[in-house]
Design a protein around this ligand. Structure first.
Ligand code: BDR
Ligand code: CA
Length: 346
C-alpha cells in the first residue's frame, strides 16, 4: 500500500482527486490544505466536504496548513473554480453540504470559531512520523506547507518515500506566458522543495502532461453513461459543466465553435491537472518521463515562477526531478471512471 499524505487546495480538480483516494492501493494518512484556488478557510472546508462525499475513512485527519505564500502576495483563481472553490454556491458538490451536518466538522487543528490552535506543519510532521512505513506526499497546490515542513523538521526526510507534485511547465504557463499557477503562487517554496530532489525522489507532473487530459461534452456524456443517473453522477457532471463553462467564458474563441486544436484544448478546456498526478502514483508505467535539473525563477518580475530546466548536470547542479512528459490518455479515463464507480451512489 502507498501511505499517502495529500496536500491540496480544492479547487475543482483537487476535489476530483480526493474522489480517487478510494483506490485500494492508497492508505491515506492525512489531507492537508493550502490556500490557492481560494483562500485556506474555503479549501479546508472543501477538503472536509469531499472527504465525506468520497466516503473516505472518518479517521483520516484534515489538517489546515499555512494560509499565505512565503514571500509573494496571495493570488487565487476563483474565476476558474467558482466563488466557493468548487463552483458557485448551492451547485454541484456544494449542494451536498445543505443536507450534510457532518460538514460543520473542522480540521483537526481548528477550533469551533475557526481559529487555528495548533500548527498545521506540526500536525503534518506528527502524521508522517507516526506512520509505520514510509510516506508518499502528493502535492497539488502551492508548495508552502512542504517547504516549511522540510525546513522546520529536517528529520522528516527519512520517512519520505517520494514527493509527487502537480505544477510547473517546461514550455507555456497558465498564469503568465511562462509560469504555472501552483509554482507562480509561491515560487520560493517550490524552489526549496525542488532542492530536496538531490536527496529525495521528486516527481513533477507539469502542464504539458496534464494538458493531454482535458474534457469536453463528449467526455462528460461518456462519464454519465458509465455512472448512470445517480445523485453523485448528477453532482459530478454539474461541477464539471461549471468548469467547462467558466473556461469557455474566459476564452476569446467563438463559444459555439468547438475547435479541435491543440491551442484550444490547452487554453480553453478544463483539465484534470491534479487527478493526472494522482494517476501517476497509481500507474507510473502509463507515463513517459525524463530526469532533469529543475529550478524555479523567483526574482524576475516577468518570468517569476517559470521552471528553469536542463537535461545536463552543468555547474555541479544535479538532476533533481523526474518530470512526466506524457500520459496514456485512454487508460487514464478508464481508471478515473472505475474509481468514480466506487464512489457512485444514490
Ligand atoms: C493547478 O492550479 C490549480 O488551479 C489547479 O487546482 C491545479 O493544481 C493547475 O495549474
Ligand atoms: Ca490544485
Amino acid at each position: 500500500k502507498i501511505n499517502l499524505l495529500y496536500d491540496c487546495d480544492p479547487g475543482i480538480d483537487d476535489a476530483f482527486t480526493i474522489l480517487m483516494l478510494r483506490d485500494p492501493k492508497f492508505n491515506v494518512i492525512g489531507i492537508s490544505t493550502e490556500g490557492g484556488n481560494v483562500p485556506i478557510e474555503a479549501t479546508t472546508r472543501n477538503a472536509i466536504l469531499l472527504k465525506y462525499i468520497a466516503n473516505l475513512n472518518e479517521e483520516i485527519p484534515v489538517i489546515q496548513g499555512v494560509s499565505l505564500p512565503l514571500v509573494v502576495k496571495e493570488k487565487c483563481a476563483s474565476e476558474v473554480h467558482g466563488e466557493t472553490g468548487i463552483g458557485p454556491k448551492n451547485y454541484g458538490f456544494t449542494r451536498v453540504k445543505i443536507e450534510n451536518e457532518e460538514y460543520n466538522k473542522k480540521a483537526i487543528n481548528v477550533d469551533e470559531n475557526g481559529k487555528v490552535f495548533k500548527s498545521g506543519i506540526l500536525c503534518m510532521y506528527e502524521q508522517i512520523m507516526g506512520c509505520k512505513g514510509k510516506v508518499t506526499v502528493l502535492a497539488t497546490a502551492r508548495l508552502t506547507n512542504l517547504a516549511l515542513l522540510f525546513t522546520t523538521f529536517p528529520d522528516v526526510e527519512e520517512k519520505i518515500e517520494r514527493i509527487t507534485i502537480m505544477g510547473g511547465s517546461l514550455s507555456k504557463g497558465n498564469v503568465t506566458s511562462s509560469a504555472e499557477f501552483n509554482i507562480y503562487t509561491d515560487p520560493h517554496a517550490a524552489e526549496i522543495v525542488f532542492r530536496l530532489g538531490t536527496r529525495l525522489e521528486i516527481d513533477l507532473v507539469p502542464l504539458g502532461c496534464t494538458h493531454l487530459l482535458h474534457y469536453n461534452e463528449k467526455r462528460l456524456n461518456l462519464i454519465k453513461s458509465r455512472l448512470g443517473e445517480t445523485t453523485f453522477s448528477k453532482i459530478l457532471i454539474e461541477t464539471k459543466k461549471f468548469c467547462l463553462k467558466a473556461m469557455k467564458e474566459l476564452s476569446k474563441f467563438d463559444q459555439n465553435k468547438e475547435v479541435e486544436s491543440t491551442e484550444f484544448n490547452e487554453l480553453f478546456l478544463p483539465h484534470m491537472h491534479d487527478p493526472c498526478s494522482c494517476y501517476y502514483l497509481l500507474h507510473p508505467e502509463m507515463f513517459q518521463t525524463k530526469r532533469l535539473v529543475v529550478h524555479v525563477e523567483c526574482n524576475s518580475e516577468t518570468t517569476r515562477g517559470a521552471i528553469i530546466w536542463d537535461n545536463l548536470e552543468r555547474n555541479g547542479m544535479k538532476k533533481n526531478v523526474l518530470v512526466a512528459t506524457s500520459v496514456n490518455v485512454e487508460q487514464f479515463w478508464e481508471k478515473y471512471i472505475s474509481l468514480l464507480k466506487i464512489v457512485n451512489k444514490d
